[in-house]
Design a protein around this ligand. Sequence first.
Ligand SMILES: C[S@@+](CC[C@H](N)C(=O)[O-])C[C@H]1O[C@@H](n2cnc3c(N)ncnc32)[C@H](O)[C@@H]1O
Length: 184
Amino acid sequence: METIAKKPFAKIVKNILDFRQNGTVLDVGTGDGQHALFLASQGFEVTILDTSDEKFKKIIELATTQGIQISSVVGDVLALHTLGKSFDIVVCTSVLHFLTADKIAMAIEQLKAVTHQNGINVVSAHTINNEGEVRPHFFAEGELKKYYEDWNILYEWEGLGGPFETKTGEVIQRHRTELIAENK
Ligand SMILES: C[S@@+](CC[C@H](N)C(=O)[O-])C[C@H]1O[C@@H](n2cnc3c(N)ncnc32)[C@H](O)[C@@H]1O
């Protein structure tokens, strides 16, 4: 039977466990931090990043109540090099379709730049099949994978994700592209 997630939780994040069981994680565009909290609960050393620190306090409080630790940094997917460090796992889910088309290559270059050798990128975004949705950029079929031709593709999926319930209680599905790639 189909289940409806209470919060949008990208299944790709659980797929990380098929490939990595520990290490440092940068969650780029963490939002409400649900993926970061999950990964920290699994023993990963997680840093959350977003363009504003508005939600960091709540996420860190939730982590503390669960007895886990999370670090935070304000930043931009387009300027990750300014962090001056790299990570084993760089997660960027449901962020890239908020950038204009001319910024996508630069953003993915930045995700790759802060990933250790043999580290992985975990990326998902909405695709052109989402009729009625308005975003600056939708990915065409196979577009995301093209940016990772020089990496090992560990996992890829494109299709209709969800259903999940939004904060306003609406139950929706979105066409998505998902990829886990390894820096070889
Ligand atoms: C739809 S939420 C996704 C949250 C979470 N990653 C998820 O998968 O549920 C998009 C997040 O991306 C962040 N964001 C948008 N543009 C960004 C940028 N240029 N750099 C970093 N984060 C950005 C927003 O602030 C927001 O928290």
